[in-house]
Design a protein around this ligand. Structure first.
Ligand code: WT7
Length: 635
């Protein structure tokens, strides 16, 4: 028997050592005992970080939806698989049983097939957090189509870029979405995006807000009537373990968003195993992750990981502040939620409000609290621990990435003693390394460096869609034979890891990964702008906010500057989305540069963070006088 569910610290160390000494055996036992395969693998793992190429369970065949749905029907047919909690608390929650999920996924899969979608085709899903989102994801997996979910807060340009990058044949969307007191016209955004998307043949539209939308003849169809006519049986497409399951875009420090490709067998095994252990999952639990399925957290820990375990997973359509700041806790009480997984930015926003919003509700069902997306600061950690967990629920600070597919560093609740701000220990199978700038591994305790992973794990992304070279350059070129995460970390005296933040030009704003270069590119398109540089600065709710230094082609001032600030944020909203808006914009006559023309972001970061005590030697700059000017006119 594999030690599938780790119950005490000694066992963790034992299991961890085994996973490092005999990784193939370790992952083979787990795959064998806890999943259904149509055909067994020939080889557990083959890998080479130089090419790079990684294959898990090569030769095996399966369908992930058989593991997430079919196999639970006999024992859990009536158990709630998806518990949908709507935006409006007066609308009734919907309990979708495993049996109903089976039928609805199959109907949806049959609709996809009838529309000409088959194995390997890409389908873009642009939906709010309604059941159709999870169901369409699973329907794609059922027939072997590759889903590419785009977060429904992205703009039309961001959507069309992603559709075109992977040549999606179909878009699944809704008439609109509810978000707190607002509604958003999703179909309108899709229509705008599709003006530039030649690959898209059809659009399926779910009804959610009952708005009047225009339907393009021959392209658009309402979803429900098609579903009503479809059969509730659809044989699963048999997939190879290494067939792509989905593409999910993440922003890099430069260029186009990267379409990370995740494959089937290893992803399933790893997300299910980590879900079980990181959330101490038991049969009767009601698990709630507040993320959107548009992000990797939702893919792995709302849909695939929980369902592979036969769990009840809550899908929440709303926002934490509507109708008031007690909404999360009201839902916890109402559904007796046992595991609650959210982002530090949400915790900080709620911690600013009256405690009454928390204290009004009975939170005694909770047994594990999770955090993900960015480092959780000590104050937020304590607020979460004291007021939500009442010091009774361990906090799992889970570090991972879109690229890693699943949680990499995390305490195991009731097993690993926690320390605020520490993601603590690697999960079994994960071999972290800290590297210095010369490419040497830093051994020992109480050290810091660049965080790498030196051995493959089953859920790692296999490539960037259409650009394997970029995959190699981004993740496998900084350090030889290592996967480079882009994060810095320190390791303390007991071997615990603490993430110190990005070491590249990616800034995490409210848990969203934003590259600076793509935003600068957008700003530079404004006719009045000559050049720009974006840096992050600390923000008490968002973690980081964006500060833009902008030089204009012609100087102007006062009102003209205020208008320009608005226009700059408007084009950012149009091209990327409101999450990338700048909190502060400072107009300057130039940007500090090295003699070779490289913008000195380090200096700009310090000025934006109000930390100008030690700017270092600026005399070697091409234009040292600009630094003085910027400091005098700080926003
Ligand atoms: C980056 C990945 C994985 C789902 C959400 C984000 C940062 C993530 C933590 C954490 C410190 C964290 C890292 C990472 N990050 N979780 N617990 N502590 N930093 O996925 O958008 O791909 O972003 O988020 O910087 O590299 P993502």
């Amino acid at each position: 028997m594999s030690n599938y569910h780790i119950k005490h610290l000694e066992e963790y160390y034992k299991v961890y050592r085994k996973s490092v000494r005999e990784p193939e055996n370790f992952w083979e036992e787990i795959a064998e005992e806890h999943f259904v395969w149509r055909k067994r693998w020939n080889k557990v793992l083959s890998w080479d970080f130089k090419t790079p190429e990684v294959k898990w369970y090569e030769g095996a065949q399966l369908n992930i939806t058989e593991n997430c749905i079919d196999r639970h029907l006999f024992t859990k047919g009536n158990k709630t698989a998806i518990l949908f909690e709507p935006n409006d608390p007066s609308e009734e929650a919907e309990h979708i049983s495993y049996r109903q999920l089976y039928e609805r996924v199959n109907q949806f899969a049959n609709v996809l097939k009838a529309k000409g979608i088959g194995k390997g085709d890409r389908v873009c899903i642009y939906l709010p957090m309604i059941p159709e989102l999870a169901i369409s994801v699973l329907a794609c997996a059922r027939i072997g189509a590759i889903h590419s979910v785009v977060f429904a807060g992205f703009s039309a340009t961001a959507l069309s870029t992603r559709i075109n990058d992977s040549d999606c044949k179909m878009v699944i969307t809704s008439d609109g979405s509810f978000r707190g007191a607002k509604t958003i016209d999703l179909k309108g955004i899709v229509d705008e995006a599709l003006e530039d998307c030649a690959s898209v043949e059809s659009v399926l539209v779910a009804k959610r807000i009952q708005s009047d939308v225009s339907m393009k003849e021959g392209r658009d169809q309402w979803l429900q009537p098609l579903l009503d006519d479809a059969s509730k049986e659809c044989a699963p497409e048999i997939m190879d373990s290494e067939d792509p399951l989905f593409i999910l875009y993440t922003s890099g420090s430069t260029g186009m968003p990267k379409g990370m490709v995740h494959t089937t067998g290893g992803y399933m095994v790893y997300t299910a195993y980590t879900f079980k252990n990181v959330f101490n999952y038991k049969q009767d639990d009601i698990y709630w992750c507040t993320a959107d399925i548009g992000w990797i957290t939702g893919h792995s820990y709302i849909v695939y990981g929980p369902l592979a375990n036969g769990a009840t997973t809550v899908m929440f359509e709303g926002v934490p502040s509507h109708p008031d700041y007690g909404r999360f806790w009201e839902v916890v009480e109402k559904h007796k939620v046992t595991q609650f997984y959210t982002a530090p930015t949400a915790i900080r926003a709620l911690a600013k409000e009256k405690l009454e919003y928390v204290d009004r509700y009975d939170l005694s069902s909770l047994k594990v609290l999770g955090s993900v997306g960015e480092p959780i600061n000590e104050e937020a950690w304590h607020w979460y621990n004291d007021n939500v967990g009442k010091k009774q629920s361990p906090i799992v600070d889970t570090w991972w990435q879109t690229e890693t597919g699943g949680i990499m560093l995390s305490p195991i609740p009731y097993v690993t003693p926690t320390i605020p701000t520490y993601a603590t220990l690697p999960l079994p199978g994960i071999q972290p390394a800290l590297m210095d700038e010369n490419g040497n591994e830093i051994d020992g305790k109480q050290v810091d460096g660049r965080l790498c992973i030196k051995f493959p794990w089953p859920s790692m992304a296999r490539t960037i869609w259409g650009n394997h070279q970029r995959y190699k350059e981004t993740y496998f070129s900084a350090f030889e034979d290592m996967y480079f995460t882009g994060d810095g970390a320190l390791r303390d005296t007991v071997g615990y890891y603490r993430i110190t933040g990005r070491v590249d030009d990616v800034i995490i704003v409210s848990g969203h990964n934003l590259g600076t270069a793509p935003i600068e590119d957008v700003i530079n398109e404004h006719p009045a702008v000559a050049e720009s540089a974006i840096v992050g600065f600390p923000h008490d709710v968002k973690g980081n906010a964006l500060y833009g230094y902008v030089t204009l082609k012609e100087t102007g001032e006062g009102r003209m500057h205020d208008n320009l600030r608005k226009e700059i944020n408007q084009i950012i909203t149009e091209h990327i989305g409101p999450i990338a808006k700048l909190d502060k914009i400072q107009f300057t006559s130039g940007l500090p540069k090295t003699r070779s023309g490289k913008i000195m972001r380090r200096i700009l970061r310090k000025i934006a963070s109000n930390d100008t005590s030690n700017l270092g030697d600026t005399s070697t700059l091409l234009n040292p006088e600009v630094v003085q000017e910027i400091m005098e006119n700080v926003k």
